[in-house]
Design a protein around this ligand. Structure first.
Ligand code: 5GP
Length: 289
């Protein structure tokens, strides 16, 4: 048997300092858990990138949760087959999700707001503002239209080929989808479901046919029809659109006229006078419903 490796004085004090720092980090984390500033799922997320948190003992973590204490922590660990010395990094996938479920406050489902209205009325400006300010969780649609110069895949849209879009329809991956001005647009179902289930209010910014489909499948959705301050205003907005060809612009105008007639189908009508005003009203609808 060889001798155990010896540490130099410098190595020893570096190791001690590191251990002290780790203890401090864990103790800060525990007090944030106690105060409710960090949830158990926050800690599990942090553990993925922070080795100090990953090495925290599960028993220590549970006992820090307010209202849990050592006895209940032990009982829960026994039930979930987690050994008393287990560290967060040693937890299996099922144990992680069982613990998260056990300690997550039951969140109420978020509200689904569908913002629709004639093309060119300014829906995308409202959606961009909401996305920037995080007022709601904003869905990213898929489309078969080509990206405009400033657009990026996964940000404004998922830009799909016709075949890819067909595949998504076949797999029933869309909450709704519709044709619009020579392209197809659809709302991916799964991310919306996930956001609603986790209690987030969700905004869909979509054209009218899609909005109607959402109402059929999800009657609890709040349908909002965005109106231009006036028809003249809408015409001039569409004419200012440099990205559209003259033919596309004419098509959009004709369609917008048809679309204005659909307003009665919607739960609410809002005039797009000023972005912040509209956002404020959308926000107040989530508490009114
Ligand atoms: P644009 O090509 O100008 O970005 O959008 C054209 C129209 O498609 C807009 O009226 C927009 O609201 C609508 N749209 C965007 N995403 C979706 C979607 O997922 N489903 C439906 N039905 N319409 C969408």
């Amino acid at each position: 048997m060889g001798k155990p490796p010896q540490l130099s004085a410098d190595q020893r004090s570096a190791a001690l300092a590191k251990a002290k720092e780790s203890r401090q980090i864990r103790s800060i984390a525990k007090s944030k858990i106690k105060s409710g500033e960090l949830s158990i799922s926050d800690i599990f997320t942090m553990a993925q990138s922070d080795p100090v948190i990953a090495k925290m003992r599960v028993a220590e973590l549970l006992a820090a949760l307010s209202g849990v204490g050592k006895i209940r922590a032990n009982a829960i660990m026994e039930r979930l087959n987690i050994s008393p010395t287990r560290r967060i990094q040693g937890l299996g996938k099922h144990q992680l999700s069982a613990l998260t479920d056990e300690f997550s406050p039951t969140t109420s489902r978020g509200k689904l707001i569908v913002l629709s209205g004639p093309g060119g009325v300014g829906k995308s400006t409202i959606a961009a503002y909401i996305r920037k300010h995080g007022t709601f969780w904003v869905s990213v649609s898929s489309t078969t239209r080509k990206p405009r110069t400033s657009e990026h895949h996964g940000i404004e849209y998922y830009f799909l080929s016709d075949e890819e879009f067909d595949g998504e329809i076949a797999k029933d991956h869309f909450l709704e989808w519709a044709h619009f001005a020579g392209a197809r647009y659809g709302t991916p179902r799964e991310p919306v479901e996930r956001a609603l289930a986790s209690g987030k209010n969700v905004l869909l910014e979509i054209e009218i046919e899609g909005a109607k489909q959402v109402k059929v499948h999800s009657p609890e959705a709040i349908l909002v029809f965005l109106e231009p301050p006036s028809w003249e205003e809408l015409v001039s907005r569409l004419e200012r659109r440099a990205t559209d060809s003259p033919q596309r612009r004419a098509e959009r105008l004709a369609l917008a006229q048809e679309e204005l007639a659909s307003a009665s189908f919607f739960d609410h009508r809002l005039i797009n006078d000023e972005v912040q005003n509209v956002v404020q009203k959308l926000l107040s609808l989530t508490s009114a419903h």
